[in-house]
Design a protein around this ligand. Sequence first.
Ligand code: V47
Ligand code: SF4
Length: 396
Amino acid sequence: MLATILNDPGLEPELKDIAKKVESGERITPEEGELLFERGSLSYLGALANHIREKKHGSKTYFNRNFHLEPTNVCLYTCTFCSYSRLIKKRSEGWEYTMDEMLDIIKKYDDQPVTEVHIVGGVLPQYDLKFYQDLFKAIKAHRPDLHIKALTPVEYHYIFKKGKVSYEEGMALMKAAGLDSMPGGGAEIFHPEIRDEIAGGKCSGDEWLAIHEAWHNLGMRSNATMLYGHIEKYKHRIHHLEELRKLQDKTGGFQTFIPLKFRNKGNQMSHVPESTTIEDLRNYAISRIYLDNFDHLKAYWPMIGRTTAQMSLAFGVDDIDGTIDDTTKIYTMAGSEEQNPALSTEQLVKLIRNVDRHPIERDTLYNVVTDFEGHVFEDDDKFKGYVSLPVINKNK
Ligand code: V47
Ligand code: SF4
């Protein structure tokens, strides 16, 4: 595929130069990144991104078994894209779990082979530094092997400030309490021109990055996201990717990048049209090309839907998150086509296989839990053709 691009006599010289850089594993510049957004066709970007994806991972496609715990959907902040939160003055419309209620949710999974709990929600004063320390300790006391991937710099910035501890001290306290890794949320768009408009009041882009840096400096791992497809311009996306690439050069602590498509139902930006599927795939591909120092690129299927998630596997993506089990409301409330996001392991494996990829269940840190290559399910014959997308790529 990349060879076809390199031999295409009609391709603009600048795009050919970028393709040559990708072929030789050379890093592209911010200017070249913007050029890709402005002028790269879907097929061109797919060929480049898939080349990188297959060089890094072959056909391997990762997923994990996780569930979400959302302590509250009431929030002090008023991000304009958020369909999920309720203002404090309307808190009766939302939920606010007590410690015992949260532990009851954890206990519901006692007999299930989940490896991770992803904890994220709104920001409220009663959920302070001590509360989260106690929560993490209680989860670990109950189930020590469950990986806690919890909270974002939005919560940490708030609770550390209130608790009068530095980012370094705060993250060390969280680690001691049982925090295993940090999810990628709260990143939105770092550039203040956009961040101030859509997420004013919560931690800045620089603060988000500084908290991840403090966490990485403890030898720990985290993810990163970018909320795209609303009022930002391509230059803001490139600025965001560049900031992440710079921090990753410094610490190496990021595992996965997760582009999050803005969904416009039930929020203050409902008048802003959503990006097209073509733009979503182009965005995955450019993220894969730009972030040469990130190992993984994730398509979060509850947000983009399972069909686009399948297609994304030919545009640089090598991870489609987890089984989820209908425990997150963030996207159902924002208008995702996935209204009850739950997929069994068997369904996820088949989804991946049906686009000719190799499914691997991983834990949060990408250790292999089960390699599904050659695994036969009882109803394999019945399932054939359930999702019949053309196989875009045969270069395994
Ligand atoms: O920070 C909120 C986003 C994020 C909308 O690290 C929206 O493995 C689109 O970060 N349209 C939280 N996006 C979710 C998150 C995440 C998800 C899956 C995996 C991981 C990981 C992290 O959701 C928020 C915000 O950027 N979000 N509202 C919306 N209307
Ligand atoms: Fe609160 Fe997060 Fe929603 Fe912003 S995105 S309003 S911080 S829950």
